[in-house]
Design a binder for this molecule. Sequence first.
Ligand code: NAD
Ligand code: IPM
Ligand code: MN
Length: 392
Amino acid sequence: MGKAAAELPHSIVGVRGEAGIAMKVKKTIVLLPGDGIGPEVTRAAATVLRECAQEFHHEFELHEFPIGGAAIDAIGTPLPNETLDACRKADAVFLGAVGGAKWDALPVGKRPESGLLGLRKGMGLYVNVRPVKVLEPLRGISPLKPERLGDLDIEIVRELAGGMYFGERGNTTENGVERAWDTESYSTPEIERIATFAFARAENRTRRVCSVDKANVLMSSQLWRRTVVALSGVYSSVKLEHMYVDNAAMQLTLKPSQFDVMLTSNMFGDILSDAAAALVGSIGLIPSASFGTGAPLFEPIHGSAPSLVGTDSANPVGAILSATLMLRDAFGLSLEADWVEQSLHRVLAGGYRTPDIAQPGASTIGGSVFTEMLREEMQRTLEHAERYGWGV
Ligand code: NAD
Ligand code: IPM
Ligand code: MN
C-alpha cells in the first residue's frame, strides 16, 4: 500500500509545486451509470475516484442515480426529476452511457438519448471538450501510418446546448407523403460563449483554433464564422483558421497533427470526435468534460456499445480519463490526476490491452481486469513517487 498522502515527503509537494497533497477536499459526485456498458465503465471511474480519496484523504461522496433506458424502465422517464436535481446540487457528475435496442422504437423526446440531452440542457452545459491524443504505447494501433499520425494532440471544443440538437423539429404527412425536419439555429451569444472558451483553451496550448463550419452553404454557419472572426481580435495571440466541415473530416484523416483546438457546432463536433477517436485506436479511449453555468459533467464519448454487454470487454480508459479530467478540471487535484494517468500509461506500456486496442492475434484482458491492474499499478506508482518523485 502506498503511504498516506499526509505523510508523503515534502519534496514531492515541492517538485510538483501544487496544493494537491496539502489540500483535502470534500466533494459530492453524482454517478449516472445508464445503459449497456455504461455501468461497467462507471464502476472503473468510481474505482479510480475512491482510490484517490483514500490515498489522498479526500472525502468523495458518490451517489448513483438512474438515467436513460434504466430510468425509463424504473421510473418511466429518461431523466427523472430526482436525477436532475441531484446533478444540479453535485460538485461534479459522471455519466457512463445511455441507449440500446430495447428503447429504439420510442419517439425522439422519450428515448434514453433525450435523457442525456435534457441533462446537458438542464445543467446549463454549453461546452464539451473532447481531448484526442495519441497514447504513446498505443501508437502502433492507429489506422494511420506513423508519419501521418504525427504527434496528434487535439481538443475538440464542441458547442453542446444549441444547433440542430435543440432546434425546432417536427413531422407531417401531406397527401400520403411523410416529411420530418430538424433546424440548425445559432444566435450570436451562443456562438460567442463557445468561441470564447475555445480561444481561452488555445491560449494555454499551441495557440491555434480551427473553426469548423459549412459557411459555403448554411446561414447559421455564416453567422458562426462572422462571430468567431469578430471575437478573434480579443485573442490576438491565437491563430484562427476556418475550415469547411467536409474538408475538416478529410484533413483529420490525412494530417491530424495540423490541428490544436477544433471549434465546432454541436452536430459537427459529435461526428468529428468519433472520427478523431478512431485515429488514436478506439473510441473507448476518449474522455470528455462539459462545462456551463453549474456543475460540470464528465463522460466518455462512446455509447452503450450493446454488442459488448456481458462480455467484460469494454475499454474503461475513456471513463477513467473522464475521471481524471474531473479531478483536474473540476476539483483542481492535478497531482491525483497525474498519478492516475501515469499509472495508466504504465499499464498500457506493459502491453495490457482490452480487445479494441489489441493488435490482431495479441492476447487481451477484460475491462474489469484492466481496471484492477490499474489500481495495483497506482499503488506501485505511489510507492515509486515516494522514493523518486513524480514524473520519473
Ligand atoms: P457506440 O459508441 O456505443 O459503439 C460504436 C462502436 O464502438 C461499437 O463497435 C462498439 O462496440 C465500440 N465501442 C464503444 N465503446 C467502446 C468501449 N468502451 N470499448 C470498446 N469498444 C467500444 O455507438 P453506437 O453503436 O452508434 O450506439 C449504441 C448506442 O449508444 C445507441 O443507443 C446510441 O444512441 C448510444 N450512444 C450513447 C452515447 C452516450 O451515452 N454518451 C454516445 C453515443 C451513442
Ligand atoms: C455523444 C452522443 C450523444 C450526442 C447522443 C447519445 C445524444 O453521441 O455524446 O457523442 O449526440 O451528443
Ligand atoms: Mn456521439
